[in-house]
Write a protein that binds this ligand. Structure first.
Ligand code: FPP
Length: 270
């Protein structure tokens, strides 16, 4: 029954989404300058459901549809890395029932989607304190990682039981341990060293962070990696978020001049 109601909502709303002028947007995107790494805080599921008089569960369920569409779109745009915030270290504070729903949805998503993800060349890379997740989730993640291990397309970082501060604490501990063992000297430690000890080691930092649903917070997400990331915020709730919104974000991103602490091109005197 849940599936049917969620499907009916989507059918009703897909009309508005189809109305958007995808072709015009597509023409505006420079395929050679798409962000290498996009990070998304998938927020607003609860509000989406509440505003329809539905239990929060429906919002999460509908949010999976958005994730499907965005993963596909990122693959098509040849984005190198997509990081999505699916469950934070703080989300355990939610009612047990909601936590269970999220874990069940995740397992369902992995088993249902793995064939399609592999067809698209997506490589699944879960990040976070994975050993604390329920056994069924760990098993599904291991299956999906193994199945997609040799894929060479989009890297999908699924942030699960993820916290930016915890990630940095773990990195500091590992660095300290390697200093103690004599593998690393204190003088060698720089920004690149720290990046190399994070879950995202070897990946470019996000060029673009998207936060739907109108909040203006980082919420303990990729604290180190977002240092020079461009933010794109929208009031659209995650379950309504589709490739048209992603494309708007990319067009906006491409209009920005990134200075990384330097000066604008026409402001340079030397
Ligand atoms: C935040 O919305 C969203 C989450 C805590 C979970 C994100 C999960 C999904 C998009 C679906 C499941 C994911 C996978 C990978 C299968 P919220 O509940 O905080 O919304 P609110 O702020 O409106 O209450």
């Amino acid at each position: 029954m849940y599936n049917r109601i969620a499907r009916l909502w989507r059918q009703k709303e897909s009309k508005d989404l189809d109305g958007a002028d995808l072709e015009k947007l597509l023409a505006k995107i420079d395929r050679n300058r798409v962000p290498r790494h996009i990070a998304i805080i998938m927020d607003g599921n609860g509000r989406w459901a509440n505003s329809r008089g539905l239990p929060r569960f429906f919002g999460h369920k509908a949010g999976v549809e958005s994730l499907r569409d965005i993963v596909r779109a990122c693959s098509e745009f040849k984005i190198q890395v997509l990081t999505v915030y699916a469950f934070s270290t703080e989300n355990w504070k939610r009612p047990q029932e909601e936590v269970n729903v999220l874990m069940d949805l995740l397992v369902e998503y992995l088993y249902k989607e793995i064939d399609e993800l592999c067809r698209e060349g997506v490589k699944l890379n879960p990040i976070g304190k994975l050993d604390e997740l329920p056994a069924g989730v760990i098993k599904a993640l291991q299956m999906a990682v193994e199945r997609s291990r040799t894929n060479e397309g989009l890297i999908l970082n699924l942030a699960l039981n993820y916290g930016g501060r915890t990630e940095i604490v773990e990195a500091v501990r590992n660095i300290a341990s390697n200093v103690k063992k004599g593998i690393l000297s204190i003088d060698q430690i720089d920004g690149n060293t720290i990046s190399g000890y994070l879950y995202t080691s070897g990946q470019p930092d996000p060029d673009l962070l998207i936060r739907p649903s109108g909040d203006f917070r980082i919420s303990n997400f990729l604290l180190w990696q977002l240092a020079y990331t461009e933010f794109w915020l929208t009031p659209v709730l995650w379950p309504d978020f589709r490739r048209v919104h992603l494309m708007r974000a990319i067009v906006d991103f491409q209009s920005r001049e990134r200075r990384f602490g330097g000066l604008k091109k026409n402001n340079r005197t030397t």
